[in-house]
Design a protein around this ligand. Structure first.
Ligand SMILES: N[C@@H](CCC(=O)N[C@@H](CS)C(=O)NCC(=O)O)C(=O)O
Length: 212
């Protein structure tokens, strides 16, 4: 039985959704974010970065959402959430996942937690605007380079589509919503129509339009 420490709509969403796609049993532990539950010693033993999520499977304790997603894909090959090892499709799968975690996620963090990235309060609005401009360029880059779709890897649904849908949600308060781009709208509409994704949204109690 997996144990996922989560908060609704946070980086735990993609691992949670993949667990539901797989149909694996999971015990969910809701983190008390307001009370700083993710900074408490017991939680820091699971995720020393004090971030959400953390994943436990017996003796295996993992943090980093993308690593948890990759592990779930590897552990459940029958769920077909990742292309076969060594294929071109697998290489593109890695590329998109790394692009989202290494390039988009840092700017999402600057956009949402701007004050943590500077000691100059007066500079916060400008930094936030800069992050928003870069994020718009990153969402454009995906739409312009993903090929004909409808999914990131073409006609095959995979874990990176779930990850992208989560990453699009994180930009929903921006002036230009990520999913307003035609290709991202088509992709996220397909992902959001999936029973496992709807189940995840319902369990997490996420209300309102998922993508803003
Ligand atoms: N690179 C990490 C980032 C995790 C992350 O930043 N999680 C956010 C929520 S989406 C968090 O824990 N925020 C609370 C905080 O930083 O205090 C991952 O993908 O797991």
């Amino acid at each position: 039985m997996y144990n996922l420490h989560y908060f609704p709509g946070n980086a735990s969403f993609a691992p949670h959704a993949l667990i539901n796609e797989i149909g694996a049993p999971v015990e969910l532990s809701l983190i008390d974010r307001a009370g700083g539950g993710h900074k408490q010693p017991a939680y820091l033993k699971l995720n020393p970065a004090g971030r959400i999520p953390a994943f436990v499977d017996g003796d295996l304790v993992l943090f980093e959402a993308a690593a948890i997603c990759l592990h779930l894909c590897d552990k459940h090959p029958q769920a077909n959430l990742a292309p076969a090892l060594g294929t071109d499709a697998r290489a593109h799968f890695y590329k998109w996942l790394m692009f989202m975690t290494n390039t988009i996620q840092p700017d999402v963090l600057i956009y949402h937690y701007t004050d943590r990235y500077t000691t100059d309060a007066a500079g916060v609005p400008g930094m936030k605007a800069g992050a928003e401009a870069r994020l718009n360029a990153w969402y454009d880059l995906i739409a312009d380079n993903m090929g004909p779709g409808p999914y990131l890897l073409g006609d095959t649904y995979s874990a990176v589509d779930v990850y992208l849908t989560m990453v699009c949600r994180w930009g929903r308060t921006m002036a230009k919503k990520p999913a307003s781009r035609a290709k991202l709208k088509k992709l996220t509409d397909l992902v959001l129509a999936r029973p496992a994704i709807q189940k995840t949204i319902a369990i997490e109690g996420i209300e309102g339009p998922f993508l803003g």
